[in-house]
Design a protein around this ligand. Structure first.
Ligand SMILES: [Zn+2]
Length: 431
């Protein structure tokens, strides 16, 4: 048996932790869609667009009221161009291993759709995909439902504070304040409302395990240290007459207010020993500014909030070396490969080979599905297991470490590291 096969067999036996998902609860999964509408919600749709598909073509492909074969014809050349990317492969793997369809094409798109709908309508599909097929013990869902609720789905939750950091309308602030029993009149009120919103979930009675910031989609990750007075001036602008009336359009708050509130949220995270997950690297969709999401822009927060553990997402792609350097340098920086195996399987394998030379093995989380639809998770976790097996096999073959050490690292990156970072033991009892 080859080293790779032996490692893959070992990794396939693991019940893994999934550090990041956007899945709806199964009970809330839309019923009126079909396989194309659901599977083109994100990721592969972006590759179809970069392959040349028009915006109108994508909108038509996503419209499940129209004939599926007609829609397939619109996207077929772009699908064929992109099918072997990291975004394409989870769909091929899902079709094959969840629905028994070996290749997605004009002859199989209708049978695939029928199998997809039958599985959805039968129920129990989350258990089948997440537990039986993917071997996932627990997923961290981004974000918690608001208002907070739980279901039987195997999720714990992040909490997003973006609406406190980038408020856009007084209405929205008033609603956020009301949830924690406050009227909002001043920056001090707003800071207190942010603290109460987080600390409500710190009594161990809910399944919130960390904070998450997705703001690298909207602005860059450099949060300057600003004065209370400057932030207060920016805060008060939200209350100017031209912004105050209910019917006024949302505004973009000044950057100083965002910077100030991010520091405040990090302070609350410190007080509550909360891990802070950050989006870094590639943004989903087409046409964003990659330089906004360079993880090195977070360095001032990482140094100042030295007791807050920063879980930096998406391998920092394409800033993998920068991210590796940060995890090597700072006790409180962790590498999270969520989404990464689908972004580029080769980048994921190469980055892990590099990191294992430079970064202690207790700092790396190997898998987060990061899907908005359930069927994508299966293929992505399979690719993650294969990639980690390939990277570890390379280290064993080149003499860096033994097969025994490789298996130990596999256990750490898929299970122990996320379990320890997010303190997940209490959710895993009995599994
Ligand atoms: Zn995500």
């Amino acid at each position: 048996m080859s080293t790779y096969t032996e490692l893959l067999d070992h990794i396939q036996s693991l019940k893994i932790i999934d550090t990041h998902e956007h899945l709806p609860f199964e009970a809330d999964r839309p019923k009126e869609t079909d396989v194309l509408e659901e599977w083109l919600a994100h990721y592969f749709s972006s590759d179809l667009v970069s392959a040349g598909l028009s915006d109108e073509g994508l909108a038509a492909a996503r419209d499940s009221r129209r004939d599926i074969l007609e829609r397939w014809r619109i996207i077929e050349p772009y699908w064929h161009a992109a099918e072997s990317t990291g975004y394409g492969r989870p769909l091929s793997l899902g079709a094959r291993d969840l629905y028994g369809i070996d290749e997605i094409n004009a002859d199989t798109i209708q049978p695939l759709n029928e199998a997809f709908k039958a599985a959805r309508d039968r129920g129990g599909h989350y258990n089948f995909v997440l537990k039986e097929k993917s071997g996932i013990a627990l997923s961290i869902r981004d974000a918690m439902p608001d208002p907070y609720t739980e279901t039987d789905d195997p999720f714990v939750f992040t909490m997003q504070m973006g609406n406190f950091i980038c408020p856009t309308h007084y209405n929205e602030m008033r609603a956020a304040g009301a949830k924690v029993g406050m009227e909002i009149h001043s920056l001090t009120d707003w800071m207190e409302a942010a603290r109460r919103t987080i600390e409500t979930h710190m009594d161990g009675k809910t399944r919130v395990v960390c904070l998450k910031s997705a703001l690298a989609y909207m602005r860059n990750l450099r949060y300057d240290k600003v004065t209370y007075a400057d932030a207060e001036r920016a805060f008060n602008e939200v209350f100017e007459d031209r912004n105050l009336a209910d019917w006024r359009a949302p505004i973009k708050a000044a950057k100083v207010l965002e910077d100030f509130m991010m520091h405040h949220v990090c302070r609350i995270a410190d007080d509550n020993k909360l891990v802070h997950q950050f989006h870094t690297g590639i943004q989903e969709g087409n046409g964003n500014f990659i330089t906004d999401s360079n993880p090195t822009l977070l360095t001032n927060l990482i140094i100042e909030y030295r007791n807050v553990r920063f879980d930096l997402f998406h391998m920092g792609y394409p800033y993998m070396l920068e991210l590796g350097n940060m995890a090597k340098n700072f006790r409180n920086v962790f590498i999270d490969m969520c989404w990464g195996h689908a972004v580029s399987p080769t980048a994921a394998r190469n980055a892990l080979v590099e990191w294992l030379d430079a970064v202690p093995a207790n700092k790396i989380m190997a898998f987060g599905g990061d899907y908005c639809f359930i069927d994508g998770v299966y293929g992505h976790q399979l690719m993650a297991r294969e990639n980690v097996a390939a990277s570890l096999a390379q280290k064993v073959t080149d003499g860096t470490f033994s097969l025994t050490r490789a298996k130990e690292i596999a256990n750490w990156v898929f299970i122990d590291n996320p379990k320890n970072l997010f303190n997940l033991d209490r959710f895993l009892e009995g599994q």
